[in-house]
Design a protein. Structure first.
Length: 507
């Protein structure tokens, strides 16, 4: 298959049509209805019935790319807990303690794990006699005011033909970056983020913590009776939501078979421990959107519990996909001829001459050629626009996988030229230039302006409460027009600041 260069200019925004087709075709349960946080209940990432009720174990997105600032390394990012409302306290977002979060690497194309990086977590509570996540402003990850914390271990498991070769602890008791409660609680969240980046022996680096959801897309569904108002396409449904992220940067030589065979297949899974102490796989993710819109309802939970080695059972879902037929039936956009062997290359084997390993066994993995250097100017359509360092050769944070997947599904690689897309071309927040690359999470201290002020009161608490003297409490309450509840909260927050300044602890 030869990569086709596409400029992406002049695309027809048809996210409304696609979402409408999903709803009309009975796939609404896959979930594509949402507005910004607080406007409506959100629904996406939740690609299968069982996992939709277990957000701590739900792998929302997987990314793998040659590190742009360290091209001798590969960065793998796996995100969990979809649609984290930033103000979702007092019990903010944690990784599950009864779970194994695994990053799998297949370095010879046989659809079996050769390496597993296994993350396991522990939760620590300093004071169980308070409802607070933090009992005062937090200056560091070791701050005694950070009441609820998590740490994690990483085990490197090496396998051969699914038999254990070795298991090595490569990280022990590493701190997790907390949820971003707000400015009063965490006046310098960037410092906390930096402290959660840990260098490991052998040249690897790890991070675990909250981040802005890097997936950008318009996932809203509109009532078909309104005729699909295309002027409403182009809203980033994920804007303002956070996720829990695992990020691991490892030397290329550690994960690939050799410099002569540099292609690796990567996927993530989550195993959950039941009451009997047995582990069961409940989540799995490689390429984006596969279990969401390729697999039908009857296969979704089965896919999440399965291994890539057994993916032949899902082959028909790829070679005879439902989505193009729905689009053709409702919107008269002709579906490409079947069987769709072009989709087999993209999603199951890798593109020949680009990221397909020799003697490959077809399996749903995110395949990355680690010998391809990062692009100086990444193009959001990746391989479709001649940028071979992008999707489907791995997946970068900036890759517009919605537009790429739509164009490929509608036959871009078999001669049906199209510029389909959802009108959302980039994330609402800029990504970083160094590991872990993710944007910082949205703060929980957002909200409407208080009457008579020109500033967001909750965002300014950290500054406003630094006045000396207990009289500050009276002033804050008197000037607050938000009512008694807000007054009580302000008093409580002011007291915490005052107690911190005098080194007095009520708790």
């Amino acid at each position: 298959m030869t990569p086709i260069s596409r400029s992406g200019v002049g695309r027809r925004g048809i996210a409304t049509l696609i979402c409408g087709a999903l709803a009309a075709g009975g796939l609404a349960a896959a979930g594509v209805t949402a507005l910004e946080p607080g406007a409506a209940s959100a629904s996406s990432h939740r690609e299968a019935p069982l996992i939709s009720g277990q957000p701590q174990y739900d792998n929302t997105d997987l990314y793998a790319f040659v590190s742009p600032d360290k091209p001798d390394t590969t960065t793998i990012i796996a995100n969990f807990v979809p649609f984290e409302e930033p103000a979702g306290g007092p019990n903010f977002y944690t990784f599950a303690e009864d779970a194994q979060y695994d990053l799998h690497v297949d370095n010879n194309g046989d659809a079996q794990s050769d390496l597993i990086f296994r993350y396991t977590f522990k939760t620590h509570v300093k004071n169980k006699n308070t409802f607070l996540y933090n009992t005062g402003p937090v200056d560091s990850l070791k701050d005694p005011d950070l009441n609820v914390t998590q740490t994690y271990d990483i085990d490197l498991v090496k396998l051969h033909k699914q038999k254990l070769v070795s298991k090595t602890r490569i990280a022990d008791n590493v701190p997790v970056a907390p949820s971003n409660v707000g400015k009063a609680s965490m006046p310098d969240y960037g410092k906390l983020r930096d402290e959660a980046v840990y260098k490991l022996a052998g040249g690897a680096t790890t991070f675990a913590g909250q981040a802005d959801d890097p997936f950008f897309a318009d996932l809203r569904v509109f009532d078909l009776l309104y005729g699909g108002n295309l002027s409403e396409v182009g809203n980033d449904t994920l804007k303002g939501y956070n996720v829990n992220s695992l990020a691991l940067q490892v030397p290329n030589h550690l994960i690939r078979e050799s410099s002569y065979q540099p292609v690796v297949g990567i996927w993530g899974t989550v195993q959950r421990k039941d009451a009997r102490g047995h582990w069961s796989q409940v989540s799995r993710l490689g390429n984006p959107l596969v279990n969401e819109v390729v697999n039908p309802q009857k296969d979704k939970d089965k896919f999440n519990a399965s291994s890539p080695y057994d993916d032949a059972q899902f082959l028909k879902n790829v070679t005879n996909p439902e989505l193009p037929k729905l689009i053709e039936a409702i919107y008269k956009i002709k579906a490409p001829s079947e069987p769709r062997n072009d989709l087999v290359d993209v999603f199951l084997k890798g593109v020949k001459g680009l990221n397909q390993p020799p003697y490959v066994r077809p399996a749903e993995e995110l395949r990355l050629n680690t010998s391809i250097k990062p692009s100086a100017s990444p193009k959001r359509l990746g391989v479709l626009d001649g940028d071979n360092a992008g999707f489907p050769n791995g997946r970068r944070l900036t890759d517009d996988v919605i537009d790429e997947a739509l164009q490929v599904v509608e036959g871009e690689l078999v001669g049906s030229k199209n510029d389909l897309g959802d009108g959302v071309d980039e994330n609402d927040q800029k990504f970083g230039h160094s590991f872990p690359y993710l944007a910082q999470p949205t703060s929980g201290s957002r909200g409407p302006l208080a009457k008579g002020t020109g500033n967001n009161v909750r965002n300014q608490l950290g500054d406003g409460l630094q006045a000396t003297g207990a009289g500050t409490n009276t002033t804050l309450v008197a000037t607050s027009a938000a009512g008694g509840v807000v007054g009580v909260l302000l008093i409580g927050t002011a007291l915490m600041w005052w107690r911190r300044r005098t080194r007095y602890r009520a708790y």
